[in-house]
Ligand binder design. Structure first.
Ligand SMILES: [Zn+2]
Length: 374
């Protein structure tokens, strides 16, 4: 048994200022404050100990695009793990259907290898192809389709039980039926890349959508006379936020976090995350990264170069969230969105030992995944 001692342990019920966590194999055996139980002790010297991060929106990292090859997919996941992400939902941008089916197959294969190889990948998020051309962001318009139930069924089959989320523009013809199909298949329906009015977005919520894909980005902007998806999302949905200080103002993050449980920090990272400036691909498009800003030739933002440790740190330092609220947004809330809260997302006895150690400045020091230091 490993016992991590002398840590500021962030739990769902608050911070244990003289906390300890006992790890038995791949699981958390016990959590407490004060005198630690016997075991192989590691003194964390007052560092923060948080649950590992769960990123439900990521396209790449470390120079690897998940849509390139199965090997790149695994390398991107490993890159983000080194930044504290211990569970990853892989996002696939719209692509020709054969390509999407193949990419879904890579994810299913990786998961089939079992947790020691793939423990970090929890499934796939289809960010497309049923999206609005008006709000496509970095998506290639040639790959966008109108909602089609048969196509969805084919993609669902290609994912072999690993499709967990799909982003849909609810105003498109047939979208509401597709949202209902997704929910019936236990796939989270997210609203995004959408030009929906408020009423159209609410119809999507009533059909079963429960998540907003990267709030404020890829959607009709808020207007007091036509508040669009943004108000429907703030009022009724769990909201992904790309908290890089670029995609949303830090106070938007703070606003979403006022309602505990609503905020989910995501990276929406592309391959360029952690790979410096230069030219990269996002799906089949060329993206130029300059000082961390990833843009298409048109100038529009194309994903981010964010990592989850930075997203969390910004939530505390720039948006003024408590560390408990920021940790919930990086771990507990996304675990709940994906129905994984019984196994990960919190520091509690019986859950997987996925942990991150942060120094006093909230900079990442160590990552533990399933009981093993990475
Ligand atoms: Zn994305």
């Amino acid at each position: 048994m490993i016992v991590l001692t002398n840590a500021r342990v962030v739990t769902a019920d608050g911070v244990l200022t003289d906390g300890w966590v006992q790890v038995d194999g791949t699981r958390i055996a016990a959590v407490g404050n004060g005198t630690a139980p016997p075991g192989d002790a590691l003194d964390l010297a007052g560092a923060w100990l948080l649950p590992g991060f769960i990123d439900i929106h990521v396209h790449g990292g470390g120079g690897h695009d998940v849509a390139s090859t199965a090997r790149d997919l695994a390398a991107a996941v490993a890159f983000h793990r080194s930044h504290g992400t211990t569970r990853t939902l892989i996002s696939l941008a719209a692509a020709p259907l054969d390509d999407l089916a193949r990419q879904l197959g890579w994810i299913a294969d990786l998961i089939a290898f079992g947790p020691s190889t793939s423990g970090h990948v929890v499934g796939a998020h289809l960010e497309g192809p049923f999206l609005s051309p008006e709000r496509r962001g970095a998506q290639n318009p040639a790959n966008l389709l109108l909602p089609d139930r048969e196509t969805f069924a084919e993609l669902l089959a290609a994912a072999r039980g690993t499709l967990r989320c799909i982003t849909i523009a609810p105003e498109l013809p047939g979208a509401l039926d597709l949202i209902a199909d997704a929910v019936a298949a236990e796939v989270v329906a997210a609203i995004g890349h959408s030009d929906a009015t408020y009423a159209e977005a609410v119809a999507g919520v009533e059909a079963g959508a429960s998540l907003a894909t990267h709030l404020c980005n890829g959607m009709r902007p808020f207007d007091h006379r036509e508040p669009g998806v943004v108000l429907a999302a703030l009022d009724r949905l769990t909201c992904e936020v790309i908290n890089d200080g670029l995609h949303v103002h830090p106070m938007v993050t703070a606003l979403v976090a006022r309602d505990a449980g609503r905020l989910v920090l995501v990276t929406d990272a592309m391959g360029a995350a952690g790979a410096g400036d230069g030219e990269f691909t996002l799906g089949d498009q060329i993206v130029t990264v300059l000082e961390g800003e990833a843009r298409l030739p048109s100038g529009s933002l194309a994903g981010s170069t964010l990592t989850m440790d930075v997203a969390l740190r910004r939530a505390v330092l720039d948006s003024g969230l408590s560390i408990e609220a920021a940790s919930a947004a990086a771990s507990g809330n996304p675990a709940r969105v994906l129905n994984l809260a019984d196994s990960c997302g919190r520091i509690a006895a019986g859950l997987d030992a996925d942990l991150v150690v942060l120094d006093a400045d909230l900079r990442l020091q160590r990552v533990m995944s399933l009981g093993a230091w990475c």
